[in-house]
Design a protein around this ligand. Structure first.
Ligand code: SF4
Length: 267
């Protein structure tokens, strides 16, 4: 059963030493986790804004803007809940756009399946627990660079701008650079300065809204969303908005030394 009642509460956090208060309105009754994504989007935006303020106070200027979509050729990590949200979003598009977007997804999947990238990504996911963090990061970056150099744009990229800006995935919101935009066309750790996001909500959403249903696939990039949603019908349990938020904030606090949760009030 999906909830139509809402409840509003205040969450007080300390983020990177700064007090942050957020008023959150969440479903009162039980819902699937993809119904919570608009709330996670707002929170992610707030966390990113705080990191941008710090970057700008340190002399950096964000160079990302509409019309610059070089980064939208990277393998975008998505939470299991985002996979089903993306599938619903595409299904709700009017024709002929829906068919055009679906074709772009299918073309991208065919391309990367054809060069064996998904198999390589699965092997990478399997090996990661046996490697040091540095080694795992280095190899993951190499795999991401291989993907990038194929030059296949995200199916939602239109005129070098995101056509689903309001609904874009959490990890897209967390990727901002202060280096010259032209450097993003040939990215390297030396030429692209990605701003440090102190608290990555995307990671907590990935951990708290996954069922294990997709573990067999390893790393799933955004371009596989439609294929995966069709082959693996979602099997999320329903929880109240408060329960989803409690799990999210517990995960956030346990994985981020910069976050301390304060007592919350609910109206
Ligand atoms: S969803 Fe939008 S922001 Fe994210 S990679 Fe695709 S086009 Fe870029």
């Amino acid at each position: 059963m999906e909830s139509e009642e809402w409840v509003t509460g205040t969450v007080s956090l300390k983020l990177h030493g700064e007090p942050v208060e957020m008023e959150l309105t969440v479903p009162a009754g039980p819902v699937k986790p993809h119904r919570m994504l608009p709330i996670f989007h707002s929170m992610t935006n707030a966390f990113v804004d705080q990191s941008v303020e710090v970057a700008e106070a340190g002399g950096g200027t964000i160079s990302c803007k509409a019309g610059c979509g070089a980064c939208c050729r990277q393998p975008v990590p998505v939470a299991e809940s985002e996979i089903y949200q993306i599938a619903e979003l595409v299904e709700a598009m009017p024709e002929p756009r829906r068919t055009a977007v679906k074709q772009r997804f299918a073309n991208a999947v065919d391309h990367f399946a054809g060069i064996g990238w998904f198999d390589a990504a699965k092997k990478r996911s399997d090996l990661m627990p046996t490697e040091s963090r540095e080694e795992a990061n280095r190899k993951m970056v190499a795999l991401a660079m291989q993907y990038f150099h194929e030059g296949v744009p995200c199916p939602f990229l239109e005129n070098e701008s995101c056509s689903i800006h309001q609904s874009r995935p959490l990890s897209c919101r967390e990727y901002l650079v202060t280096s010259p935009p032209e450097n993003c066309a040939k990215p390297s750790p030396e030429t692209v300065r990605v701003i440090n996001i102190f608290v990555k909500a995307s990671l907590s959403v990935r951990r708290t809204t996954q069922t294990g249903n997709l573990n067999v696939l390893g790393f799933v990039p955004l371009i596989r969303s439609l294929e995966v949603a069709e082959k693996f019908p979602e099997r999320f349990e329903e929880k109240t908005g408060r329960d989803w938020m409690a799990e999210f904030f517990n995960d956030l606090a346990s994985h981020n030394n910069d976050v301390a949760e304060q007592p919350a009030e609910t109206a």
